[in-house]
Design a binder for this molecule. Structure first.
Ligand code: ATP
Length: 207
């Protein structure tokens, strides 16, 4: 088990995946909360059966997979349904994150979660790393990557915690505005060395 867990977060298009890939190349295990969130409602999962019972079989595509777009629309317009769904899924996601952290063999591991703060996953981690960019960078990089409209990206930014709130939770901040990938790579390497030291310290304190 990794003795030390880093929570990595940042707004849409901030560079979480880019930064995570650099840590992964350094041999660090990455636990991706988005992948886990998809896995817990995979076809045939107990959670999907409960979702079908709650919303009706219209919530499934004809192949039995969850119709995410329909579910998003339903919970967007119904706060009670949203709370019901969160109460079902959040504990399952949390449990799976903990299981994967326990299975990790790297000196420390990283939980990458766009909604680390919003979903209170900060309680699972030893340190919070925020990938930070200004809103103009978020919009331009996300549009370039996904072909989204400016309006769509701005709506997603509004649905997430503000940059200020995210920064207030950070132990470490990686600024990724006007940042060459080489510079980002060196900044990650520096953090990696610090995290190795923190992890070793935590392990030593335990023994
Ligand atoms: P999301 O929350 O939408 O999953 P993300 O935080 O994982 O996004 P990335 O996908 O890593 O963000 O980055 C967004 C886009 O910006 C990608 O196309 C990525 O290649 C690009 N990008 C990230 N960092 C830089 C950088 N320093 N210089 C130039 N482009 C960058």
């Amino acid at each position: 088990m990794s003795d030390f867990i880093v929570g990595l977060t940042g707004g849409i298009g901030s560079g979480k995946t880019t930064v995570t890939n650099i840590f992964a190349k350094l041999g660090i295990d990455i636990i991706d909360a988005d992948i886990i969130a998809r896995d817990v409602v995979a076809k045939g999962s107990p959670a999907l059966t409960l979702i079908e019972a709650h919303f009706g079989s219209d919530i499934l595509h004809s192949d039995g997979q969850l119709n995410r777009a329909m579910l998003r629309t339903k919970i967007f317009t119904n706060e009670v349904d949203k709370q019901w769904l969160n109460a079902l899924l959040h504990p399952l996601i949390r449990k799976q994150i903990v299981t994967q952290a326990q299975m990790s063999l790297s000196p420390y591991c990283i939980i990458v979660a766009p909604l680390l703060i919003e979903n209170n996953l900060t309680t699972l981690v030893d340190r919070v790393l925020v990938v930070d960019v200004n809103e103009a960078t978020q919009v331009s990089r996300t549009i370039a990557r996904d072909n989204n409209s400016k309006k769509q990206v701005e709506a997603i930014i509004k649905s997430q915690v503000s940059r200020q709130v995210r920064q207030s939770h950070a132990d470490d901040i990686l600024n990724n505005d006007d940042c060459l990938i080489e510079d980002l790579t060196s900044a990650v390497a520096q953090l990696h060395h610090a995290y190795l030291a923190y992890a070793a310290q935590k392990k030593a304190n335990k023994t």
